[in-house]
Design a protein around this ligand. Structure first.
Ligand SMILES: Nc1nc2c(ncn2[C@@H]2O[C@H](COP(=O)(O)OP(=O)(O)OP(=O)(O)O)[C@@H](O)[C@H]2O)c(=O)[nH]1
Ligand SMILES: [Mg+2]
Length: 121
C-alpha cells in the first residue's frame, strides 16, 4: 500500500492476516441510549460522529506469475509447464505430485516473455 501523495510505502502486507489501518475513522457519536430517560427509554435522538481521516492510497498486488495453471490433480499441469518452459517440475502418475508451485518462463519468438506457475492440484 503506497501513499498516493508522498509515494511512501505505508505497508507491505506479505503474511496471511496482515492488517493495516490506512485511515482512522472519526470518533463515533453518542447513540440514543445516552439520551434515554425513565420517561423516554428509547428517544429518537443520537449524535452524529466526527468525520474520519481521508487519504488516497495505491494498492499493488504482487503477482507470482502472469499465468497460473489450475486444475484437478493429475490432469497434466506440470507436463504442460515442462513442455512450454525449461522448468523441470516433478511429473507423476499419482495425485498431488506437485505440493508447492513451480515457476517457468515462456519465451516468445518476438523477445517477449511471461511467467507461468504450475500449482498444486
Ligand atoms: N495420456 C496422457 N497423459 C498425460 C498427458 N499429460 C500428462 N499426462 C500424464 O498424466 C500424469 C500426471 O501428469 P502431471 O503433469 O504430473 O499432472 P499434474 O496436473 O501436474 O498433477 P498434480 O501435480 O498431481 O496435481 C503423468 O503420468 C503424465 O505423464 C497427456 O496429454 N496425455
Ligand atoms: Mg503437478
Amino acid at each position: 500500500m503506497i501513499d498516493d501523495e508522498t509515494n511512501m510505502v505505508i505497508a507491505d502486507l506479505v503474511e496471511p492476516d496482515d492488517e493495516i489501518v490506512a485511515a482512522n475513522g472519526g470518533r463515533g457519536g453518542r447513540g440514543n441510549v445516552h439520551f434515554a430517560t425513565p420517561k423516554n427509554p428509547a428517544p429518537e435522538l443520537a449524535e452524529n460522529g466526527e468525520p474520519g481521516e481521508e487519504r488516497r492510497v495505491r494498492l499493488e498486488l504482487k503477482l507470482l506469475a502472469d499465468v497460473g495453471l489450475v486444475g484437478f490433480p493429475s490432469v497434466g499441469k506440470s507436463t504442460l509447464l515442462a513442455a512450454i518452459t525449461s522448468a523441470k517440475p516433478k511429473i507423476g502418475d499419482y495425485h498431488f505430485t506437485t505440493l508447492s508451485p513451480n515457476l517457468g518462463m515462456v519465451r516468445l519468438n518476438d523477445g517477449r516473455d511471461f511467467a507461468v506457475a504450475d500449482l498444486p492440484g
